[in-house]
Design a protein around this ligand. Structure first.
Ligand code: 5RP
Ligand code: CA
Ligand code: ZN
Ligand code: ZN
Length: 226
């Protein structure tokens, strides 16, 4: 299954990853950000419906000069003490939030349309691909409509979120380590989409569905060989 997932990502296709029964219990639609299109945005907005986020490798985030949101909150907490009170120290499914800042590409108008969000996402990946991370502020503004997520340094070996799984997959593909993820929600219940429904969606749309455990196992094998 991992090879099918890697091929799909390299072809710019959506893959579905369910994290774990002991974690969020969410299936995210994931795409390699360098291939993001407005059509992906439309499909993911309609059929996934969660929050659009852009996982970025720790290395790229460091080159961009962008920290976790919690680091920014900590730095600003002397002036704004409420930021300490808001610490996300009680997330029920993980120790640490991957959230960073929100951005828009400077060529976007509102930033929320399918064209605008796809542009922000793809251009961020291309900036990283071309090694132009130092020019981040020239091309992007913040706050915006796309949430950046910072992957843990050793990604899935350190944290087992969709953030890290997306980045592990892009690394295994040899692609730019910037991805897009969006949770699949259930229109009938308003909750996260149960795995049987996510699997049925994958089948109906000829997409790969994988468990987080399978991604992590494949990454460990990859890391041992590389
Ligand atoms: C942001 C989220 C999603 O679950 C996304 O998958 C990233 O989070 P994580 O790395 O914790 O899985 O909550 O919409
Ligand atoms: Ca929907
Ligand atoms: Zn997640
Ligand atoms: Zn989530």
């Amino acid at each position: 299954m991992i090879n099918k997932a890697l091929e799909a990502l390299k072809n710019g296709e959506i893959v579905l990853i369910f994290d774990n029964d002991n974690r969020e219990r969410e299936t995210d639609m994931i795409v390699a950000a360098e291939f993001m299109t407005p059509e992906h945005m439309t499909q993911m907005r309609n059929d996934a419906g969660g929050l659009f986020c852009v996982p970025v490798s720790a290395e790229n985030m460091e080159k961009l000069g962008v920290p976790f949101m919690t680091d920014i909150m900590e730095e600003a907490s002397d002036k704004y003490p409420v930021l300490t009170e808001l610490s996300p120290n009680d997330i029920p499914y993980d120790e640490k939030s991957a959230f960073s800042i929100t951005i828009n590409h400077r060529k976007t108008f509102t930033g929320i349309t399918d064209n605008d969000r796809a542009m922000t996402i793809k251009e961020l990946a291309l900036l990283c691909k071309e090694g132009k991370q130092a020019e981040f502020g020239k091309y992007f503004r913040a706050p915006g409509h796309v949430t950046m997520l910072k992957a843990a340094d050793k990604h899935v070996l350190e944290r087992k979120g969709h953030t890290e799984m997306s980045i592990a997959l892009t690394e295994m593909c040899g692609l730019t380590q910037v991805a897009v993820c969006c949770e699949m929600m259930d229109d009938e219940t308003g909750g996260s989409l149960p795995t049987d429904k996510a699997k049925a969606y994958a089948e109906e749309h000829s997409l790969v569905f994988m468990s987080g455990d399978d991604v992590i196992t494949a990454y460990k094998e990859f890391a041992a060989k590389n």
